[in-house]
Design a protein around this ligand. Structure first.
Ligand code: SF4
Length: 379
């Protein structure tokens, strides 16, 4: 058992121990479980052992993607061998240049015309220009990192890192002080420092590294590079609004062990009005379908008051129809409360200026049940 910074998290979350007696959860989250238990290496550790023979810095953008896609094939063969007990990490040499190095170089290039998220601002963040919505240049700010005891039971204690800024503009954001400000009061971190934070969290008992915010997506370059310096086995968890481009998804699928997507809206009109996020539904559903093919997943859906018909129900129906029911877990969350602009101007946003009712929650749970969606035991 790893040493904990604090003594008795089990007293607060006994369900986080009990959950691993549930064989169905172990089966659904089998890869995450094995990495968490140190039985298998995290994907980023495998990516570091896949050799590439070209120098990524000498290739143009197109050449880099070709190299990436070729190495991705090697990675997936190796990953499958390791997953199926036909190979161990120790049998693989540490190459001079690895698949992860290619990903690092790609994110550096992407930062010059930023296409990390679907807004595709094309801004040169690498040279100090600010993203049009995230308002970040190349720097990454971290507001806090700690062992989070409030996450879903299979994740607790979760080594959570809160990044500053966000690419959404949710009018009800509960973390608006770190996500919606243009003055980032967090600590600026380099990739090496971020690796030290992750190591400290794992050594002291984190079951995973939970990249969240705000939103981790605008910090993709620093997060990917940090894995080069991270020398401890720990599952990587992407806790995100999933508004990434296909390119960013291609970078992440080979290094993320478990996805924690926040599926907010069942249509584009609500996404635009409440989060200023165009093309929301097609972007997020596309990315969920990509992610589930490459990793374990717990989907979060925060039930918004008066949004059962337009959001909750279409979301649950989409999940039931399009994602493998025997794999995905869904957390239907009841904890919405009016915050930020909604709390400030409740009459303007009266539709969501209250908590969801018991009746709304029961209706959401009943629909999930009737659709055969596994929404327990995570909560
Ligand atoms: S992360 Fe998104 S919002 Fe920020 S600059 Fe890049 S494309 Fe724009």
């Amino acid at each position: 058992m790893r040493r904990m910074l604090f003594g008795s998290w089990i007293l607060y979350r006994p369900d986080a121990v009990q959950v691993w007696k549930n064989q169905d959860v172990i089966r659904r989250l089998s890869w995450y479980y094995k990495v968490m238990k140190d039985i298998k290496p995290a994907k980023f550790m495998i990516a570091k052992r896949i050799e590439v023979h070209d120098d990524p810095r000498k290739l143009d953008f197109e050449g880099l993607w070709d190299l990436h896609d070729k190495a991705a094939k090697d990675f997936r063969r190796t990953f499958s061998d390791i997953k199926n007990d036909n190979l161990t990490l120790s049998e693989l040499e540490k190459p001079k240049t690895s698949f992860l190095d290619v990903k690092i170089e790609l994110t550096k290039r992407m930062l010059k015309k930023c296409i990390f998220c679907e807004r595709k601002c094309m801004v040169d963040r690498a040279n100090g220009h600010l993203g049009l919505v995230c308002k970040l240049d190349y720097k990454t700010y971290v507001h806090s990192w700690f062992h989070h005891l409030g996450e879903e039971s299979p994740l607790v204690p979760s080594g959570t890192i809160f990044y500053g800024s966000c690419n959404f503009r949710c009018i009800y954001c509960q973390n608006y002080d770190i996500s919606q400000t243009e003055i980032y009061s967090g600590v600026e971190v380099t990739a090496k420092e971020l690796a030290v934070i992750q190591k400290e969290l794992r050594v002291n008992g984190a079951r995973n590294i939970n990249h969240v915010g705000g939103e981790p997506t605008p910090n993709l370059h620093t997060i990917v590079e940090s894995l080069k310096y991270l020398d401890i086995n720990v599952p990587q968890l992407w806790n995100s609004n999933m508004y990434l481009t296909v390119e960013s998804m291609k970078i992440l699928v080979d290094i993320i062990d478990i996805w924690l997507p926040d599926f907010k809206y069942g249509n584009n009109e609500c996404a635009m009005r409440l989060s200023s996020a165009p093309k929301y539904f097609e972007t997020v559903t596309r990315n969920l379908e990509i992610a589930i093919k490459h990793g374990d997943m717990i989907i979060r859906h925060l039930v918004l008051p008066n949004h059962l018909e337009c959001c909750t129900k279409p979301i649950l129906r989409w999940i039931a129809k399009n994602l493998p029911k025997d794999k995905v877990l869904v957390n239907i969350m009841a904890q919405y409360r009016p915050e930020y602009l909604v709390a400030k101007h409740p009459s303007k946003w009266s539709e969501i200026a209250r908590r969801p009712t018991h009746k709304e929650m029961v209706e959401a749970y009943s629909l999930a049940k009737s659709l055969g969606i596994a929404f327990e035991p995570v909560s």
